[in-house]
Design a protein around this ligand. Structure first.
Ligand code: SDX
Length: 429
């Protein structure tokens, strides 16, 4: 990293702070000594201009609309790789050799089963519990079932916890779905690949054999890859902050699941499909576009806009292509929801409000159409996002925990509340 300096003039004093360059992307001003030197804090709610960490895992160029996992463009990985290989890449920094891939894949497969007591844990929920509520609870509860992998100072335990989280999320999410529809849990199989195993656990029933469609399995695997990681987004930052206190990895990932649930973040895929359904037909699109532009109306186009992408989200492009493939495979090319989505995208991208604010479809705009076509209810969409993002969360958590300079995260604030004042007895108020 090369170093230059930034000068900050406050009153009659000038302070200097090093400017540090990464391998690609914007330089940063290292302000770690700002408070010590000046007695001032920075103020950046929402972290619009603040880097919280150094990382080597994922890079986004929001203006170009590019996304790199360990330097590899997401388009190439979505086309040529698979989710288990991408998990290895994000965790270890390099693509695996054939032998490394086989060993990693076999290890993941051997950890897909859940502790049988967790079945009882599920039966404590109401049947209509949201799959994200169950997923958040079940992941947190893993701390209570896998004590032998909660010591974050032990590298072997960290590795086992990482594998358990990646491997067991499909079972946790599939069982949340089965529980919500009153069907028996389907156990993972060791002769199926990651995505096929998940689809079978979701859609197989004991009454008959279940054949996984290779096209749907490929589409599912690609959706997992597209959602695997995304720099320091809200849920990943939540995992890092929780992990900075040295909480166990299961508790940290449960915190990430909770943050992802929000409709402004991972909950947008569920909200986007519900919005497309509410619009219903292309002739109603102008009414909703007008509402999205109306400052007095809280309505936003769900699946549109992004804090970083000020160009087309590259994941949305791959997702749109996958939607076409899946709908063609299922013989529903003229799916009305896809038609509304494509029309809405066209209208919005020609509207000066969206052009001026650089609002484009994001990863959540098309994903719901695919998941809906495969047969998932909208309530499952964010849980599937969490399943995939677990790979990114554990990779980022690993990077943080292994950083010898790692400190507990503890932001400061601009206090605008009452200055010190004396207590008064209730009788005198
Ligand atoms: C994800 O961070 C990540 O990387 C997240 C993610 C990941 O992989 O982890 O990519 C996954 O969360 C994708 C985003 C999913 N969310 C949505 O689709 C919800 C709808 N989008 C928005 O709520 C919004 O665009 C955000 C939350 C995604 C981004 O919000 P920002 O960066 O804080 O931007 P902003 O809210 O300040 O908006 C800037 C302007 C505002 O207008 P002004 O106040 O400047 O006049 O654009 C407007 C907003 O009103 N705007 C929208 C809009 N999104 C932003 N107007 C209408 N519809 C929208 N969708």
């Amino acid at each position: 990293m090369t170093e230059k300096n930034a000068k900050l003039v406050i009153g009659d004093k000038t302070y200097e702070f090093p400017i540090i360059s990464g391998s690609v992307g914007p330089d940063v001003i290292d302000i770690r000594t700002l408070y010590k030197q000046t007695g001032l804090f920075t103020f950046d709610p929402g972290y619009t201009s603040t880097g919280s960490t150094e990382s080597q895992i994922t890079y986004i160029d929001g203006d170009e609309g590019t996304l790199l996992y360990r330097g590899y463009p997401i388009e190439q990985l979505a086309e040529k790789s698979n989710f288990v290989e991408v998990a290895y890449l994000l965790l270890n920094g390099e693509l695996p050799t054939a032998a490394e891939y086989d060993k990693f894949s076999e290890t993941v497969i051997r950890h897909t089963m859940l502790h049988e007591q967790i079945v009882k844990f599920y039966t404590g929920f109401r049947r209509d519990a949201h799959p994200m509520a169950i997923t958040c609870g079940a992941v947190g509860a893993m701390s209570a079932f896998y004590h032998d992998s909660t010591d974050i100072t032990d590298e072997k335990q960290r590795e086992i916890a990482t594998i358990r989280l990646i491997a067991k999320m499909p079972t946790i999410v599939a069982w949340a779905y089965k529980y919500s529809i009153g069907q028996p849990f389907v156990y993972p199989r060791n002769d199926l690949d990651f995505a096929s195993n998940f689809l079978r656990m979701c859609f197989a029933v004991p009454a008959e054999e279940y054949e996984v469609s290779p096209t749907l399995a490929r589409a599912m695997d690609r959706i997992f890859t597209l959602h695997a990681d995304h720099e320091q987004n809200a849920s990943t930052s939540t995992v890092r902050l929780a992990g900075s206190s040295h909480a166990n990895p299961f508790a940290c990932i449960a915190a990430g699941v909770a943050s992802l649930w929000g409709p402004a973040h991972g909950g947008a895929n569920e909200a986007a499909l519900m919005m497309l359904r509410e619009i219903g037909t292309p002739d109603r699109i102008p009414e909703y576009v007008a509402r999205a532009k109306d400052k007095s109306d809280p309505f936003r186009l769900m699946g549109f806009g992004h804090r970083v992408y000020k160009n087309y989200d590259p994941r949305a492009k791959v997702m749109q292509e996958t939607a076409r493939e899946v709908l063609a495979e299922l013989g529903v090319e003229n799916n009305p929801t896809l038609q509304v989505a494509q029309q809405l995208e066209k209208i919005a991208l020609e509207d000066e409000y969206f052009v001026e604010k650089k609002l484009y479809p994001n990863v959540d705009f098309y994903s719901g159409i695919i998941l809906d076509a495969i047969g998932f209810p909208t309530s499952m969409f964010t849980a599937i996002f969490a399943l995939a993002r677990t790979v990114g969360w554990v990779s980022q958590w690993k990077e943080m925990i292994e950083d010898p300079t790692q400190k507990i995260g503890r932001p400061r604030q601009l206090y605008t509340g009452s200055d010190s004042r004396d207590y008064t007895d209730i009788g005198t108020r």
